[in-house]
Design a protein around this ligand. Structure first.
Ligand code: 26W
Length: 789
């Protein structure tokens, strides 16, 4: 321990000629980060050597949403409290790091899952390393101006980055048609908990091979002098901010191919150092997990690289197929990647050619299996000049998995139904998980201490199933302790929201929270409508016993997603109305917090009473926020969807607030012909609420009937030329949702009973550890070693 402080002192001295207490926050961040890196160097090297000596796996992902590393790394090394104390002695508050923001190299669920999986693999000693992209700019920062979202670039590297080591010596080149660039790896250590194991996240940065064209410069062609540099660097300049919406852009395809090719070259180089040109062990020693379809051009690229080593197509394909496995994270049609053949041909023609070979091989294989022409047509990888990436991944891999039980079932009997009929043995379920180190230990030390006391040790940090021991100690005293902790976290969140967003909230109110990306299918609009319904009822004196409630929203909208942006504005308009209405301002408060991110989430999930998970049944593949809330003792107010179902199964449906149409109901409604307009016209309360979009209650700066609120209204009631009315079933679910919300509000008044439910949730959250999930991947998909705890 004194060790790390000595290292810090030396680093401060050598980097800045300063004493610890003289460092600015960002200097301290860099020096302490470097000191930590020095501390772990030997363990890191030993872990690398170990991974290299056994069968290992790689997690290929276009996104890794890591969150702040400083506290997490100190925590996993078991030295956070000591460092805090030692810094305090020097007059330095460890909270200074809160002002140094982290790299947000991901959009939402998929990227955060990748980060939780790396964390769990390190702790569970699974030889798994990550490969991704080092974006110069991560996900945009969100400001709220006049109720509207405004995006600002996220220049996360301006504080420097102590956690990544640049490995110039291991750079490789990647070629596109007419352009060759350098891929430079940056390695981040992923530190395990209660182990010496340390895994690696290797992120690639695109750079020019020739930075500067002197000839052009001499000819006064200044732009051309730096043209190559700019063109190369543009590839990893920015993270695409779309979540669940596919965009067929050249630059995006370049990003994908860039990191896949660089990663595979890296793996091949390591392999060749061991085995020379004999590739017969390749698939025995390496497993590659494709995080959704974004890294799927790895399949043809691996075939290409192997063919370059002298293999024929069939041999190369066999190795690629045995090496790769694919995880699907969404069933939304608009999210499924389908590249135009022309575009692919224009950017990566060799890869397109190999995809065609694979597509033909599939058709031959299906013919040999006696599959009907009709079905063969439905399974085409290249169809009508379009490359279907999910099909390619399903064909050219060992396994395909969904991320929650329901989601996997939907893949099997809907999205990939033909595939399931032909290759049933390839389908698996791997219900998502979250790391309890960050999402309980680090963000909720008070609750963590209570759990340690009840469980009898802090071994739940590496074995979350131990939480079940809590089931035997849910007594009045423990409930009171839990309620006291929850109150403390609510006070802390209130202070933070005041500081960040300038809004005051009442810690004695119920905290009803919905934080996640903004998307119509997640139905933040349903939540907004329910608040308006309750608002009107309170004004009419119909809810005399209503317990004051604070509704907290946090959500980024993709910059090009107009409806999502309109919903943000609508929520802010509601906040303006109910927070200032003397009839309701003590009973309802609505807050839209700005720039919701991992660090904000750490403060939010711990303070929630109710966790809003309101997606249209069948559409949220899993959800992982729901698990973070559960682990911190919030009750789920949600639909029968994704992992909500498994949460209710584990904690008991009586301990959640489950409402609304189920998948079967949605199917039936679609078949019968769902008519939201009829429901709206038949129910004056619904009509009044939905019409606040158009009746002048709120202002969206649009001319009457032409603004973004009117567009939302029209999409709900009349539909558009490209989508039926109320595509996401808001109006059908609204009455059920409102009644469930009111029931939860009544139940909350009995603090003991409510607290008991919270503790039951915590006691049964063990399944939702990403440690459990990662070990399932290690056992059932990768066949690698793992830690037995
Ligand atoms: C190409 C545009 C694009 C970008 C991101 C399409 C699709 C995505 C992701 C697959 C969307 C995503 O993050 N899906 C979420 O994955 C989580 C982790 O498995 C799940 O918990 C969420 O339910 C799912 O929406």
């Amino acid at each position: 321990m004194s060790n790390i402080m000595e290292k810090l002192e030396l680093t401060a001295q050598s980097m800045y000629c300063k004493k610890i207490e003289e460092l600015t926050p960002s200097e301290l961040h860099l020096s302490l980060g470097k000191a930590v890196m020095g501390e772990i160097a030997d363990n890191w090297a030993a872990s690398k050597a170990k991974h290299n000596s056994e069968r290992r796996a790689y997690y290929f992902s276009a996104e890794f949403l890591m969150g702040r590393m400083m506290y997490n790394n100190l925590y996993c090394l078991g030295i956070l409290d000591d460092v805090k104390k030692m810094l305090k002695k020097k007059g330095v508050d460890i909270n200074v790091f809160e002002d140094i923001d982290d790299a947000a190299l991901g959009n939402g669920g998929l990227g955060r899952l990748a980060a939780c999986y790396l964390d769990s693999a390190a702790t569970m000693e699974v030889p798994l390393d990550g490969y991704g992209i080092r974006y110069k700019y991560g996900l945009f920062k969100q400001l709220i101006k006049d109720g509207y979202q405004v995006e600002v670039a996220d220049d996360w590297q301006r504080f420097d980055d102590p956690w990544c080591l640049r490995r110039e010596d291991e750079a490789v080149t990647v070629s596109f048609k007419g352009q060759t660039v350098k891929a430079v790896p940056y390695d981040m250590a992923v530190i395990g908990c209660k182990t010496t194991n340390i895994n690696t996240l290797r992120l690639w940065q695109a750079e020019a091979i020739n930075e500067f064209d002197f000839q052009a410069f001499n000819n006064t062609e200044y732009n051309r002098a730096v043209q190559e540099k700019n063109d190369a660097e543009n590839i990893t300049k920015v993270l695409y901010p779309n979540d669940n919406k596919y965009e067929g852009k050249v630059l995006r395809l370049k990003q994908q191919y860039f990191f896949c090719s660089a990663s595979l070259q890296d793996i091949m180089r390591r392999y060749k150092a061991k085995h020379g040109n004999d590739f017969s062990f390749f698939a025995k020693e390496n497993a590659i997990q494709l995080n959704d379809t974004h890294p799927v051009c790895s399949i043809p690229e691996l075939v290409r690289l192997l063919m370059n080593e002298g293999m024929n197509f069939d041999e190369a394909f066999e190795i690629a197929r045995k090496t790769c496995a694919y995880t699907n994270h969404t069933v939304l049609g608009e999210a499924l990647e389908k590249w135009h053949a022309d575009l692919m041909m224009q950017v990566i023609p060799e890869i397109y050619h190999i995809i065609c070979l694979i597509a033909n091989k599939l058709q031959e294989e299906l013919t040999a299996k006696g599959i009907s022409e009709d079905m063969k047509a439905k399974m085409r990888i290249v169809d009508a000049n379009t490359v279907h990436m999910a099909r390619l991944a399903t064909y050219a891999g060992t396994y395909v998995n969904g991320v929650a039980k329901l989601h996997t079932e939907i893949l099997k009997d809907d999205v990939l139904k033909e595939w399931y009929q032909v290759y049933p043995e390839r389908f698996q379920n791997k219900t998502n998980g979250i790391t309890q180190r960050r999402w309980l230990g680090l963000c909720n030390p008070e609750l963590a201490a209570l759990i340690t006391e009840k469980v009898g040790s802090d071994n739940w940090l590496i074995d979350l199933s131990l939480l079940s021991k809590l089931n035997d100690c849910i007594d009045a005293k423990t409930i009171t302790k839990f309620n006291t902790i929850k109150k403390k976290k609510k006070v802390q969140l209130a202070e933070y929201i005041k500081k960040m967003d300038g809004v005051e909230i009442n810690p004695d109110s119920i905290y009803d929270i919905q934080v996640k990306r903004l998307h119509e299918y997640k139905r933040q609009l349903l939540n907004a409508f329910s608040i308006m319904t309750i608002y009107f009822r309170i004004k009419e004196g119909k809810l005399p016993n209503w317990t004051p409630t604070t509704f907290i929203f946090g959500a980024k909208a993709a910059p090009g997603y107009a409806r999502a942006k309109a919903i943000i504005k609508y929520i802010n308009e509601i906040a303006d109305l109910v927070n200032n209405d003397p009839d309701t301002k003590d009973k309802l408060k609505v807050v839209f917090i700005s720039n919701y991110n991992v660090s904000y989430a750490e403060k939010i999930v711990v303070a929630a009473d109710l966790s809003e998970q309101t997606s249209t049944a069948g559409l949220e593949a899993s959800g992982t926020g729901n698990m973070k809330f559960m682990l911190n003792g919030a009750l789920t107010l949600g639909t029968y969807d994704g992992a909500n179902i498994e949460i209710a199964e584990c904690a008991g449906e009586e301990n959640e607030y489950i409402f609304g149409a189920r998948v079967e109901d949605i199917e039936r409604l679609k078949k019968e012909g769902y008519d939201p307009k009829k429901l709206y016209e038949a129910n004056p309360e619904i009509k009044k609420v939905v019409d606040t979009l158009i009746d002048g209650t709120f202002d969206d700066d649009g001319a009457q009937g032409e603004g973004s609120f009117a567009e939302l209204h029209n999409a709900l009631i009349n539909g558009t030329s490209w989508q039926e009315a109320d595509h996401y079933f808001h109006i059908y679910d609204l009455p059920l949702y409102v009644e469930t919300k009111i029931r939860a509000n009544k139940d909350y008044a009995n603090r003991k009973e409510f607290g008991k439910k919270c503790l039951i949730n915590i006691a049964n959250a063990g399944k939702f550890s990403s440690d459990r999930a990662i070990v399932e991947y290690a056992k059932d998909i990768w066949h690698t070693s793992y830690r037995k705890v």
